[in-house]
Ligand binder design. Structure first.
Ligand code: ADP
Length: 647
């Protein structure tokens, strides 16, 4: 009973594998529709051309040994040359065409994976399971050469094998059909004409093919085991990590100054040693099965040649038949073996597709509502955190606890607190990168989960602490688009205090940022990058402007300029300003203090300072004291920018 169940399970797994494979083939067809027809043409040429040689050589030999008719011979030679030329030209053309399609397909494939990464919920993108899946796809494609278009190669070989088998059966069937022998035939002739000998040889041929398929299946098992090996993936991941970081030339400063070359080389080797040991073991295993397979195939082919030779000796075959049968049987063995091997390989390919589809099918977890955001006369909205608590997925620790906070339309709110107190997390929840685990966030009195997701996110212009710019033109970075309004780009740059610098660049707002891909690109400092990120937020003209430590990389003068221009920069919009430099928050009428994920104080700078036992007073005096020691003065925006972080 157990055995029966096991067999049913195996059947199911084959069926499931081929279902996934079917989806994979349709998927490849959609990704690059020309790939499969070209693959079929490519398969037909090598499958048919050997038979042209076999059949035509046999015909020519027969003509030479019988009629010797010159016209027939000339026609046969011309047909042979013509067909060979046709097949070889078609094969060359299809191989070249297919190579071009492979490039196009590779591009589309990685583009699709990257698009999925950009479109999935931030929370899903951050999930370690998502990273592992992506790594497994990467490992298979990059380290094991198992790209998705491989399925077309397999189908090509399958077709080639199928044609070889069908045609070779057609041209060799007569070899195994016993012919009646003359009354006075010798015992040797009788043995060679015996149907039992033919049947035994046929059985041997089939057995050799079955053995070769078994070897393929065992080989595939080893490859599947290897590609699902977490240690293998981890080793590759560490290897990729160092490769990618070293590609970024900016890493070179630390590498040189801290003489990290040996450390990195050791790490490289350590990660790769484990991987290479597994690869060597896999190669050994493959080598063993390959040699077993060729030993079986060579032995059986030899026996078939012997059989054909003996039959010819017994006078049962003509010279033309000898060529036809030996060639036909060889083609049958290789064709059948190819057919079976490709079927086994296709089954294995379903595992590649499984990883791929698991990644593409990863579901977004944040609910997307369909409620429209009501437009208001002044374009402003109210926000409220109502008893919001949050912990990151997979973590036990509460990062926000019972946060209650109202943000009135047009208000400027400063959020302060030491590092790790939950300020940035609060912003991530506000922008719906995550949803609260408990409590609600309301926009104009409605739970934000009810709104259309994109429309809601469009309400926010955020400069995160770890903002990212791309190696694109200045204006494209600011507009976050290929098309932009130059006047608005200039205005945003002026407000962020970067206009003079950009104007001085040779290509102005069209200057590429960074030198990675453009020789005329411009390297910008950390502070300039931060101003560019502020300009990007201002260009968007969203209802809420949120700046998370926006002046951390700015020099004191630039920082002062940002503060003094803050009101005109933000205009009528509602603004949240996060900083752990308290002096930089004084221009906001209301300041809330975060500590350990809770809002512990709220009020104006003056009100908060009156509570001498409060956190704000403690942080303020700690910073002021440092400033006083440095220059014996009052803490202000300029002075505090030079002060150390209070965390
Ligand atoms: P702040 O902005 O006040 O410096 P954060 O909101 O960035 O603080 O972080 C608050 C806490 O949440 C920290 O302890 C941090 O380690 C943790 N944290 C931040 N991001 C993640 C994350 N993606 N997964 C798990 N924990 C996180």
């Amino acid at each position: 009973m157990r055995q029966k169940n096991k067999r049913q399970g195996e059947k199911h797994s084959w069926r499931r594998d081929f279902q996934i494979l079917g989806r994979g083939i349709r998927f490849v067809g959609r990704l690059e529709p020309r790939m499969i027809p070209i693959g079929i043409i490519k398969a037909l040429c090598p499958a048919l051309s050997p038979f042209v040689s076999i059949i035509m050589t046999s015909q020519i030999l027969n003509t030479l040994l019988t009629t010797r008719d010159v016209q027939t011979l000339a026609a046969q030679v011309l047909i042979t040359i013509g067909l060979n030329w046709f097949f070889s030209s078609l094969a060359d053309w299809s191989v070249n065409y297919r190579n071009v399609l492979i490039l196009s397909m590779a591009r589309k494939q990685w583009m699709q994976l990257s698009t999925k990464m950009m479109e999935m919920d931030y929370q899903t993108a951050e999930n370690p399971q998502t990273h592992l899946l992506y790594q497994q796809i990467w490992d298979r494609c990059v380290y094991m050469g198992r790209d998705l278009w491989g399925v077309v190669e397999k189908i090509e070989s399958l077709i080639q094998g199928l044609i070889s088998v069908v045609v070779s059966i057609g041209i060799t069937a007569a070899l195994f059909i016993s012919v009646p022998t003359a009354e006075n035939a010798s015992p040797f002739t009788r043995v060679m004409a015996s149907p039992y000998l033919s049947a035994a040889l046929l059985a041997l041929v089939v057995l050799s093919v079955v053995a070769s398929v078994m070897f393929s299946l065992r080989q595939n098992k080893a490859v599947i085991k290897m590609s699902a090996d977490k240690e293998f993936s981890r080793g590759n991941r560490i290897f990729d990590y160092y490769i990618n970081h070293l590609q970024d030339y900016k890493t070179g400063k630390d590498v040189r100054l801290y003489h990290q070359r040996t450390l990195i080389r050791e790490e490289f080797n350590r990660s790769y040693n484990g991987v290479s040991k597994k690869l060597i073991a896999l190669c050994r295993c493959n080598g063993r099965f390959e040699s077993l397979r060729s030993a079986v195939s060579v032995t059986v082919s030899g026996l078939v040649y012997l059989f054909v030779g003996c039959k010819a000796l017994a006078g049962l075959l003509s010279v033309g038949n000898i060529v036809q049968y030996t060639g036909g049987v060889t083609q049958f063995i290789s064709g059948f073996s190819m057919l079976m091997t490709q079927l086994a390989d296709l089954k294995m390919m379903s595992k590649d597709f499984e990883f791929y589809f698991d990644y593409l099918d990863r579901k977004n977890v944040l609910p997307h509502g369909d409620r429209c955001i009501k437009s208001t006369a002044d374009g402003r909205h109210e926000l409220e955190f109502r008893d919001v608590s949050f912990r990151y997925p997979g973590s036990e620790n509460w990062v926000l606890r019972h946060v209650n906070l109202k943000l009135a339309a047009g208000e400027r709110l400063a959020v302060v607190g030491v590092n790790g107190s939950g300020k940035t997390t609060m912003i991530k929840l506000l922008c719906r990168l995550y949803d609260p685990v408990e409590g609600q966030i309301l926009l104009d009195g409605v739970d934000i989960r009810e709104y259309d997701y994109e429309a809601y996110q469009n309400l926010f212009s955020v400069v995160f602490q770890d903002f990212k710019l791309f190696a694109l033109e200045v204006a494209q970075n600011i507009a976050a688009d290929v098309d932009y309004d130059p006047a608005r780009v200039e205005e945003a740059l002026r407000q962020a205090g970067l206009w003079e610098r950009v104007q001085a660049m040779e290509k102005g707002i069209e200057t590429p940022v960074y030198k990675e891909y453009y020789a005329d690109g411009v390297e910008i400092s950390g502070g300039e990058a931060q101003k560019l990120a502020i300009a990007r937020a201002l260009y968007r003209q969203a209802a809420f402007v949120i700046l998370d430590e926006p002046t951390a990389a700015l020099d004191p003068i630039s920082e002062f300029e940002i503060y003094s221009r803050f009101d005109s920069m933000v205009g009528e919009r509602t603004a949240v300003y996060i900083s752990h430099r308290l002096s930089s928050c004084r221009f906001c009428r209301r300041i809330v203090v975060f500590d350990n994920g809770e809002v512990i104080q709220s009020g104006s700078h003056e009100e908060l300072l009156q509570d001498e036992g409060g956190k704000y007073y403690q942080l303020w005096t700690a910073q002021a004291q440092y400033y006083d020691e440095e220059s014996q003065g009052e803490p202000d925006g300029l002075g505090m920018a030079a002060a150390s972080e209070p965390s």
